[in-house]
Design a binder for this molecule. Structure first.
Ligand code: 5AD
Ligand code: FES
Length: 350
């Protein structure tokens, strides 16, 4: 009957919480295979064999937060902290543009050293230098006013994973300075301001249950984001979660396929964490319905310092190497990396 639920999800694009729970608890290997096949077909219908790329610029690893899972949490004194200047960032964009990237993602810890004015200056400079590119921000939780300033300065998109839609689980992953309520409020604010919003969660984070995952799906459906990033939880040796098991590779692929069934035209990245847990993880992600890859454009000298989890891939590779590497990896499975902004197209009914 899981097969029936998979069919129902692909037809109606929604299930009840109980149905989601069965889908997550009772599935067999064969069900997962079936779901991935349908997901791949749907992705093919909307995106053919095209894979969008985003150039990720990890511009600061300072963070005021202390999330229990994250390697750059405030309490980790073993990290060498760094900040990129506006000039550094523009250099990354220059390199990225030459390599064919038309979306840049500015991602960082919640670093109070950059004021809203600083961010506006950086956003303005990027949009002025690269008017044909989309700019995505991933700077964590900010006020409505800050999000508004960034939007007016030219930011197009914002990534903010909700991490888990279950209240109790959220508390188990974060110190009490952070709340699910505020996280969700930020996401609604971003939507209201007209950003293309990306959210997501880790698969197999400590204390995650099938019920919590079902709530993730229901919340994602309600938010109706342009993008959903998921990847396996991977322990980092300098965090409170260092002794927890990593998330399941197979479950991550299955969940990517279910997201594709629920949100046929969404942007779904095959994440770096997925490429870290398995050498062919990103390829498998694309084959399970993902359609985006997000290689790193940060200068190699700082790469190793942005370690959210252990053994992160590509920390020694130049942007050009990753571009070539991904291009050949995608070609091997019959997909092409394209030079395009890769905007979300709402209500696309092919
Ligand atoms: N394992 C996997 N993903 C992680 N993230 C943070 N720490 C880890 C980890 N240990 C994810 C979070 C965050 C995103 C930038 O990286 O979901 O939102
Ligand atoms: Fe970075 Fe393969 S994508 S080395």
């Amino acid at each position: 009957y899981v097969k029936g639920l998979i069919d129902k999800l692909s037809m109606e694009r929604l299930l009840s919480k109980e149905e989601f729970i069965s889908l997550l608890k009772d599935y067999s290997e064969e069900d997962a295979k079936y779901s991935k096949e349908i997901a791949r077909q749907i992705a093919g219908k909307y995106f053919e064999n095209q894979v969008y790329t985003r150039g990720l610029i990890e511009f600061t690893n300072y963070c005021k937060n202390d999330c229990y899972y994250c390697g750059i949490r405030r309490s980790n004194t073993n990290v060498t902290r760094y900040r990129l200047t506006k000039e550094d960032i523009l250099n990354c964009c220059e390199q990225g543009y030459t390599l064919g990237f038309r979306t840049f993602v500015l991602q960082g810890g919640e670093d109070t050293k950059y004021s809203d004015r600083d961010m506006v200056e950086i956003i303005t400079a990027i949009k002025q230098g690269y008017p044909d590119c989309a700019l995505t921000l991933s700077l964590g939780e900010k006020s409505f006013e800050a999000y508004e300033m960034y939007k007016k300065a030219g930011a197009d998109r914002y990534l903010l994973r909700h991490e888990t839609a279950n209240e109790e689980h959220y508390k188990q992953l974060h110190p009490s300075s952070l709340s699910l309520h505020n996280r969700k409020q930020c996401l609604w604010n971003l939507k209201k301001l007209g950003y293309q919003v990306g959210t997501g969660f880790m698969v197999g984070s400590p204390y995650q249950t099938a019920e919590a995952l079902a709530e993730d799906f229901l919340f994602i459906k309600e938010l109706s984001p342009a993008m959903v990033g998921i990847g396996p939880f991977l322990p980092h040796h300098d965090t409170p979660f260092k002794d927890f098991e990593k998330g399941s590779y197979e479950l991550t692929l299955y969940l990517i396929s279910l997201l594709r069934l629920m949100l046929p035209n969404a942007l779904l990245p095959a994440t770096t964490a997925l490429g870290t847990i398995h050498p062919l993880g990103r390829e498998a992600g694309i084959q399970a319905g993902a359609n985006v890859v997000m290689p790193n454009l940060s200068p190699v000298r700082v790469r190793k310092q942005y370690e959210l989890y252990d053994n992160k891939i590509c920390t020694g590779d130049e942007a050009a190497e990753c571009k070539m590497c991904l291009q050949s990896r995608m070609r091997k499975i019959g997909y092409e990396i394209v030079t395009a902004r890769g905007d979300f197209v709402p209500f696309l009914e092919a």
